[in-house]
Structures are given as structure tokens and as C-alpha cells.
Design a protein around this ligand. Sequence first.
Ligand SMILES: C[C@@](CO)(OP(=O)(O)O)[C@H](O)COP(=O)(O)OP(=O)(O)OC[C@H]1O[C@@H](n2ccc(N)nc2=O)[C@H](O)[C@@H]1O
Ligand SMILES: Nc1ncnc2c1ncn2[C@@H]1O[C@H](COP(=O)(O)OP(=O)(O)O)[C@@H](O)[C@H]1O
Length: 293
Amino acid sequence: MSAVPLANTAAAAWTWDSAYPAPAKLNLFLHVVGRRADGYHCLQTVFRFVDHGDSLRFAPRADGEVRLVAPLPGVPEERDLTVRAARLLQAETGCRQGVDITVDKRLPMGGGLGGGSSDAATTLLALNHLWQLGLSRQRLQAIGLTLGADVPVFVFGDNAFAEGVGEALRPVSLPPACYLVLEAPVEVPTALVFSAPDLRRDTPALAAADWRPGEGGNDLEAPVVARFPAVAERLAWLTQHARARMTGSGACVFAEFPTRAAAAAVLRAAPAGFVGWLAEGLDGHPLRELVAA
Ligand SMILES: C[C@@](CO)(OP(=O)(O)O)[C@H](O)COP(=O)(O)OP(=O)(O)OC[C@H]1O[C@@H](n2ccc(N)nc2=O)[C@H](O)[C@@H]1O
Ligand SMILES: Nc1ncnc2c1ncn2[C@@H]1O[C@H](COP(=O)(O)OP(=O)(O)O)[C@@H](O)[C@H]1O
């Protein structure tokens, strides 16, 4: 992400030539507080954006088609969330403009960092702007929700306390923080975690106003740790150095450090074979200003 603007740059500065950031999110805590009749789980979580992520480019096409320049390994072009997001925008608005999409992928898939969802949200935000569609943030969030439970928060743009399946959002103000994130060489399927018999589904709901940074755990962690030794190993190691948690449905784990130097020292001490990186917490999504207030 360092090559792209991280400040909340004014809308006019974003052109067809820009690289559009798709930041990762961390779930600072994640509680499963119930289950809906349709089987989806009711959550409480805090989403924080960080300055590490994918980067997307868009080029206009005269023939009205939406194409991905280089499909991701294992994800057919038709299923890619960026392609689906762009086609949904065309269908919703009748827009006849086309686009070539290039994704510079840095986030591991199935990592709990929301990479696919963030790519989809960035596509919605960027094409709404570049195609001059004028859709409201609320409308883009609703379109995003049809692609996945994690998409709306990236369109929302503020770090958020989320409820429901992640679509009921209120902004939270978070202090500056440096995170060490460890990737695990496994892809954890979100649906598998939510269907685990050993998943705790009855954590008492918090009042949003009562939550303080550092509080809460991740209810999805126990079933993932029980099934994925690579996640268990990284969590156990990081826990020796700081309060470590898994993000989302895994497989990445993270811990917050008071300074970047402290986080870097722990990363340097990581066992051979561990892949990790440092990221600063952001105050909001870098594309927040792309949609009119
Ligand atoms: C767990 C979280 C936390 O931020 O993130 P990730 O780890 O995936 O990034 C999200 O709630 C994930 O959202 P997302 O990745 O968009 O999930 P979806 O594709 O909508 O759902 C995949 C499947 O997981 C189950 N699912 C998902 C969300 C939810 N609240 N309850 C569920 O039971 C459903 O079976 C669904 O079919
Ligand atoms: N642009 C995309 N980037 C990542 N994954 C994508 C994309 N489009 C579709 N997917 C699918 O979404 C799944 C979840 O990916 P991702 O959002 O990175 O993980 P998570 O939900 O754990 O954060 C992937 O395994 C992949 O099959």
C-alpha cells in the first residue's frame, strides 16, 4: 500500500490513472451473539483498517465488457468479487461503460483480512466515481452486502463497531496502533468455521458504547485452532510476546504493540518459515472521500 495515497485524498485527485487502495481489515474482537433463522450468525465486532492491502487499477473499455486482466489462481474470472461488483453496478444503473480491472494482490486469500471484500468495495467506490454513476454510500453498501457480509464496512469508510452479520455499522474512534500480522500457510473457509459444532454462539451482547480497545476475544478462534495446526502454532508463539488474536475466520493472527520498533523486534525474532508484516492502524478508509457526504 505504500505506493498509493493513504490520506483521505479529495475525489478530484482520483483519476483513471490512479492506483486505488484496498486495505486489509482486522477484527479487533469478534463475538458470536446468536444465529438468525436463515443460519447466518449474529456478530459483534470492531473492524479496523490498516495500511497494508491490495491495489487496483481500472482502464476504460469501449465495448461495455468487464474483464479482469489477470485472474487470481483458483478464482475463475466470473467469480472474482471485483468482476461481480462491476457487473452489479452496470446492472443496477444501466451503465454501458466497460472496464479492464487489474488487481495487485498482496493479501492472502482466506486470511480473515477481508481481501476479496475490500477489492469488491474498492471496485464499487472507484467505478461509481469513474463512471460518474452518483450512487449514494448507502446504496453502494447495500449492493456490497449482496456480495458478502464484509463488503459494506469497506464502503462505509470509518473504522466501525458492527452488529448483525456485519452490516449494522457505527463509527468508532481508535487510538494510533501498530500491528504485527502473521500469515498462516492455509486458507480457512469461512463457511466451515461458522458450521463447526464446537463454535460458541451465545456470547452475551455488549452495549456498543461500553466497548474499549483491547477488550473482547474472537469466538471463531477456538474451532480454527482445533482444526488448523499452523494457526495454533502462530497464535501460541505470538501470545508469548503480546496479547494475540485471530482476525475474522482466520487464518491470520495479530497483536498490537505500543511502538513500531517493539513490533519489529518481535517480527525479527519469529521462527524461520513464519511470514509476517507490520501495519499501522488507519483512521479510516483511504477512499472515504470518493462518495459525496
Ligand atoms: C468472519 C468475518 C468477520 O469479519 O470475516 P472473514 O474472516 O471472512 O474475513 C465475516 O463475518 C465473514 O464475512 P464474509 O467473508 O463476507 O462471509 P460470507 O461470504 O458472507 O459468508 C460465507 C459463509 O459463512 C457463513 N456465515 C457468514 C457470516 C455470518 N455472519 N454468519 C455465517 O454463518 C455462511 O454460511 C456463509 O455462507
Ligand atoms: N478479488 C478477490 N480476492 C480474494 N479472494 C477472492 C476475490 N474474489 C473472489 N474471491 C474468493 O473469496 C474467498 C475469500 O477471500 P478473502 O476475502 O481474501 O478471505 P477472508 O474472507 O478470509 O478475508 C477466496 O478464497 C476466493 O475464493
